[in-house]
Design a protein around this ligand. Structure first.
Ligand code: GLP
Length: 244
């Protein structure tokens, strides 16, 4: 779906999320959201905060699982995704702190593998994700599933692509400061979500958006796996859709 502005699109995406939260609340069930970081979802979070503050949207039944986190990364570091999520969403809504799940970038190397297995099991224990919000990296990654990621991959540690580290360099004051690894939910984790919305804004995403939507499904462009998911919408602005 192509919108003239990311602002207009983000408001509609936030409204869809709010509707799912309220439907689940009526059923007295937890609403399990998979959340993303990066610049793309910021306006969606702004609108969710507005819906909470001005229209009484409650997050009391919401459980969240974030896609990814740099590794190693201290949660108090301003570059952490932990910090990002609290700044843009969690500090401003009534979510129960114990319902927030973000991969822990400070876990020790020896505990990392088991930690990832447990993260995956916890999502499954909730019956999977009701909704997964995604951005896309220029390598075609979703979460931090870089080229080469397997279609059935689960939560795990991965090595970041050079392009991804270059794109992150400005927020880390230089590429040398960008962590070389990350923890990410897998392609399999994401594909199990009942509903997926991928956001793509701006001309810098036009080329990867074309490959993702029109290209052959391939581990070299992990986002192409979304073509195989029956309930995914790519929400784009006009600039990101110019190559389609
Ligand atoms: C990072 C995140 C991704 C995100 C991507 C794009 O790599 N791990 O989840 O989609 O950045 O970021 P932006 O939305 O800032 O373009």
């Amino acid at each position: 779906v192509i919108f003239e502005s990311s602002q207009e699109a983000s408001i509609l995406v936030a409204q869809e999320i709010a509707n799912i939260i309220q439907r689940k609340e009526e059923l007295n069930e937890p609403c399990v959201l998979g959340l993303a970081t990066g610049s793309s979802p910021i306006k969606v979070y702004e609108e969710l905060v507005r819906l909470h503050k001005e229209e009484g949207l409650s997050f009391a039944n919401v459980v969240t699982f974030n896609l990814d986190e740099y590794y190693p990364m201290d949660r108090n570091n301003i570059q952490s995704y932990h910090h990002f999520m609290h700044e843009h969403l969690f500090n401003h809504v009534n979510i129960i702190p114990g319902n927030i799940n973000i991969p822990d970038g400070s876990i020790s190397n020896e505990d990392l593998q088991q930690y990832c297995i447990d993260y995956e099991m916890k999502i499954k224990a909730y019956g999977g994700l009701d909704f997964q919000l995604l951005g896309i990296g220029r390598t075609g990654h979703i979460g931090f599933n870089e080229p080469g990621s397997h279609v059935n991959s689960g939560t795990r540690s991965i090595t970041l692509d050079h392009v991804t580290r270059t794109d992150a360099a400005s927020s880390f004051l230089g590429i040398d400061n960008v962590p070389r690894k990350a923890i990410t939910m897998g392609i399999g984790t994401v594909k199990n979500a009942k509903r997926i919305v991928l956001l793509g804004w701006g001309i810098s995403k036009a080329e990867i958006i074309k490959k993702t939507i029109e290209g052959a499904v391939s581990s070299q462009v992990p986002a192409t796996y979304l073509q195989q998911h029956s309930n995914t919408t790519f929400v784009l602005d006009t600039e990101a859709s110019t190559e389609l």
